[in-house]
Ligand binder design. Sequence first.
Ligand code: GLN
Length: 487
Amino acid sequence: MSDSLDLNLLTVSSARTAVQERQITATALVESFYKKIEAEDQPAGKVNAYLTLTRERALRQAGKIDEIADRGNPLPPLGGVPIAVKDVIVTQGERTTAGSKILGSYVPPYDATALARLEAAGAVVLGKLNCDEFAMGSSNENSAWGVVRNPRDLTRVPGGSSGGSAAAVAAGSAVATLGSDTGGSIRQPAAFCGVVGVMPTYGRVSRYGLIAFGSSLDRIGPLSKSVKDAAILLRHLAGPDPMDTTCAQAQAPDYEQEIGKPVRGLRIGVPEEYFPAELDAEVRNSVESGIDRLRDAGCEIKRISLPHTRCAIPVYYIVATAEASSNLARYDGVRYGYRSTAGDTLSQMYRRSREEGFGPEVKRRIMLGTYALSAGYYDAYYLKAQKVRTLIARDFLNAFRDVDAIVTPTTPTTAFKLGAKSDDPLAMYLADIFTVTASLAGIPGLSLPCGKSSDNLPIGLQILGRHFEEGTVLRVGHALEHAQSAG
Ligand code: GLN
């Protein structure tokens, strides 16, 4: 491998350029990433971001890219860029587990659209990334395949549920990754690991081939080292898909061009509800200095209120669990994955397969969701939650009449210690207090690093925008990143 290439520093464009200019072949680049993963990710006690290495697939794709580059032809836009995807995104012919024992040996017969689009643009998929089981969690401690550790401090959680996706970027074991976000699962681990994570507008990126958790909330999005990388990836991910009828018809703009536009004159809302008295002081200070930088860059800062924020956690945990209980009914030991050998009758086989195949958090959610949807409780819980969800969405619509983007902390604290909340589901659920609102409202959100705590842990700042205005969100993020690197 070329000595001048530091895998930890590679970005989407620098990786492509290195391959195009033959500083390294795509094949050698893939091999160097696998060496790094074997040394720094897989050994016991290390990060554990990768569940499956898709070596043959990666080398096949790298070979195609090398042929193009050898002939001196221009590479496709993501040509030779090594990426990895969360294991809730299905891959044809490659094991896809969703972090669950129940899908432990599941090999899908098709590719998710999001992944197929990145590959069609030349990206090389190194493997599948660890996550909380069925994307349920905030710490990546719910995976059937072991916890993921935060590369910034191996005694701490990387966040969840896309913990593997955030950790792989932070550890430099992929240039960028795909995660999924239902209530915060891209933004929260991005904040904990000190990387950029983007949750696009609901319907902006096809969900075809995303293993369903809460179908009205689930979104696929990129995690990367920079806002620019996220903008490049989102451009290729976004757009209509005949395989997903909830995917919007609108064509996506060129986000790379969008981030180049000036932010001067943009109105930025700062909602009081996201800066409660109990907020960690270091988180508050970092986010406030981020806001000051945006003011210095010419943005107009406005104090705003999103009054229904306090209802967001209960509403989210009713809607998401209700949808999950329905989506997870398909895992019965017959059509997918794990089947228990115990039990004498068909119904015992169903029960035992689910009993043995699902972990405790998934069972808890199936029970909560089934309860919220059951006759007699539906109106009191599910229907009521949907009404309050509308109020939360309306808060944003009202706010976006006066402001172009909203800035908040991504999380109330920095990354916590492994095990610190695993016995207390309610404390764990509160880790998403600043992310679930945008999930319920369907609007886009981005988290980017905005400083460090005194114990050197990353702090994340969240930027929210109007429906389908990822361009503005990315633009504000890019401006802030620029201001931060200028000191
Ligand atoms: N942590 C939240 C939950 O456990 C969000 C998960 C997600 O976004 N997939 O539901």
